[in-house]
Design a protein around this ligand. Structure first.
Ligand SMILES: [Zn+2]
Length: 241
């Protein structure tokens, strides 16, 4: 038995709008859909901004077909956790680079959505699994964290129409190998599972049969719970601004 601790702190609650900025359809679902479901159930607003449509994500499906399937699955997965706003930037799946153009696009989105919390998937070299992270995740995550600062400075990207937004208090990094905080998902686990299962074609492409997403997710949230007073939880690395 692992000894129970409480070294992960509860996520701050002093925010009302969040924007999740991730590289691919399924990044939010595998990273933190249970937390999103808990937040929307508590009345908070969450939007998704995806840099790509995940067209390179299904080995047996050509990108021009996958682009439609994966957008549809992403919108369905978002709706199941109370998220109605899903936007795509149409960067190329698999070759997201850290560029000034990307920071400008993300700063524009942050100025437009005006979130107090930005959610990303990990920008670190190693993910929570202990395995090497993908360049799309690293570059998307780091650009999102930097774009929070850009969004607040009117002299950076002055060509953008939107007024600066200085209201982001936190970023919550999902999938981090250095988590500091957690969200109790004991009431939102079913929604999280449904949100993952909405990516049916993607899961099939990975050889994961219908209904098989629950067991690994339960194991993950229960393992996180061992560091959160025994409550099943989704971990985040919290970054303050
Ligand atoms: Zn991804």
């Amino acid at each position: 038995m692992t000894e129970e601790t409480t070294d992960l702190e509860p996520m701050p609650d002093d925010w009302t709008r969040a924007l999740a900025i991730v590289a691919h359809p399924d990044d939010v679902e595998f990273g933190c859909a249970g937390a999103v479901a808990a937040w929307t159930a508590a009345g908070k607003q969450v939007g998704y901004l995806l840099l790509t449509r995940g067209e390179a994500g299904i080995d047996g499906m050509a990108p021009q077909e996958a682009v439609k399937v994966r957008e549809h699955e992403q919108r369905a997965g978002a709706a199941l956790v109370g998220v109605a706003t899903v936007e795509f930037l149409d960067y190329a799946d698999g070759s997201i680079a850290y560029t000034t153009e990307l920071r400008r696009d993300l700063a524009a989105a942050i100025r437009s959505h005006r979130p107090e919390l930005v959610v990303t998937f990990t920008h670190h070299d190693i993910t929570y699994t202990g395995k090497w992270n993908s360049p799309d995740h690293r570059n998307a995550g780091r650009a999102a964290l930097d774009a929070v600062l850009d969004a607040g400075n009117r002299w950076i990207f002055p060509e953008l129409d939107a007024e600066p937004w200085n209201g982001v208090k936190y970023a919550a990094v999902a999938g981090s190998d250095q988590p500091t905080h957690a969200v109790d998902v004991s009431a939102s686990l079913d929604a999280a599972v449904a949100s993952i299962e909405a990516h049916a074609a993607y899961l099939a492409g990975l050889g994961i049969p219908p209904g098989a997403a629950r067991t690994p997710l339960e194991a993950f949230v229960n393992a996180t719970g061992q560091r959160f007073g025994g409550r099943p939880a989704i971990p985040f690395e919290l970054i303050r601004y």
